[in-house]
Ligand binder design. Structure first.
Ligand SMILES: [Zn+2]
Ligand SMILES: [Zn+2]
Length: 359
């Protein structure tokens, strides 16, 4: 292992920035404890430990069900049950949770998106169910077949209203975000919104913006979900459902990640900082310099977020779970999305001298 990889190489005129060890992991004790109210009472109950799932009626026959790590939902109607997603971590417990509250059969399944960690147990509902999803989800499941994720039987492009046994769900697609085909599912009578893998209420969510593909679309989806009149958000993770208050806190956190990443891109794209970092690695090690440049930006953005006093005066680590472990991964992903997806300033003018590392 080369020592050069262990620490960013700085230009002399750039400020000191936060250094992380790229290869080691901090001891658990070096991280602050998650906010105590993050862990709901069911999580430590004997029932949950024994059964491995928790089910709760949010409103008017709309139920939230969780394995603790993954969340799904179902709606009981007069004519049968509509299931939303089927994570393998719930698996047959999805059926157990439904049987806890009704004898009615599952007649419909909605796929939020094609990812197997959220719908990879859909075959548990059997072959007779109607499966509703976005057309892109069907296309992906036909392209990459999986017997545990049966191909949708009913698809739509922009909007679809599903009415079953007196219950209405409004499905909509607003473009690629977390992945292509990820939809919004709104129950207007119950004021429950289901949007998966956009935020995780109460936490910093999982690294790299929950492994999302279109980060600018992912940020746009956060704003789009706030336009719904909802009291509950089923978000897919992580042992909790959302309320408008917890949703807004997560969105504020990611706005700070974006601000910190933008500040890092601005600072470290200055030619003096860029040349200093590359020069420090040596001109025969351009990729080492490039890694240091990226790490320097990620570290700068991470420090910005971890040290910031937020809108209520607290640090993010005091408000959300997982902040000190996840932020640096989000910072990396978001600053790369700024470089790739957002408008770039200062294209080179004709006749302008290229920087020395390109000559
Ligand atoms: Zn996903
Ligand atoms: Zn997920």
């Amino acid at each position: 292992m080369c020592d050069n990889h262990q620490k960013p190489i700085t230009a002399t005129d750039t400020p000191a920035f936060f250094a992380i060890d790229n290869y080691g992991f901090p001891e658990a004790g070096e991280h602050p404890a998650d906010p105590p109210n993050y862990y709901p009472p069911y999580f430590t109950s004997e029932r949950f430990k024994k059964l491995g799932y928790h089910v709760e009626e949010l409103r008017g026959g709309f139920y939230w069900v969780t394995s603790g790590g993954y969340d799904a939902a179902f709606v009981v109607t007069e004519d049968g049950v509509i299931a939303i997603d089927a994570p393998p971590t719930l698996g047959e417990n999805m059926l157990a949770a439904i049987e806890d509250v009704t004898d009615k059969p599952v007649t419909h399944v909605i796929y939020s998106h094609w990812h197997s960690d959220h719908i990879g147990a859909a075959s548990v509902f059997g072959p007779g169910v109607q499966i509703v999803a976005h057309a892109i989800t069907k296309e992906l499941l036909e392209r990459f077949p999986d017997p545990n994720r049966p191909v949708p039987t009913l698809t739509f492009d922009t909007d679809y209203t599903l009415t079953v046994g007196g219950v209405t769900l409004e499905l909509s697609y607003k473009g690629e975000n977390h992945c292509p085909g990820n939809i919004f599912i709104y129950a207007p009578a119950q004021k429950v919104l289901t949007v998966i893998d956009i935020i995780s209420p109460g936490s910093a969510t999982f690294m790299h913006c929950d492994a999302s593909q279109n980060i600018t679309g992912w940020y746009q989806a956060q704003e789009q979900l706030l336009k719904f009149d909802f009291d509950f958000l089923v978000a897919g993770h992580h042992m909790r459902y959302g309320t408008p208050e917890t949703v807004k806190a997560s969105i504020e956190y990611f706005a700070d990640v974006l601000d910190g990443a933008q500040a890092a891109v601005d600072r470290f794209s200055r030619s003096d900082a860029l040349i200093g970092i590359l020069d420090g690695a040596g001109w025969d090690k351009v990729f080492v310099g490039t890694e240091n440049w990226i790490n320097s930006m990620a570290n700068y953005a991470t420090r910005y977020v971890l040290e910031k006093r937020t809108s209520n005066g607290q640090l993010w680590s005091e408000r959300l779970a997982g902040v000190t472990t996840q932020t640096k991964y989000h910072a990396y992903t978001v600053l790369e999305s700024i470089r790739l997806e957002r408008p770039r300033p200062n294209y080179r003018l004709r006749g302008e001298n290229p920087p020395p590392f390109l000559t």
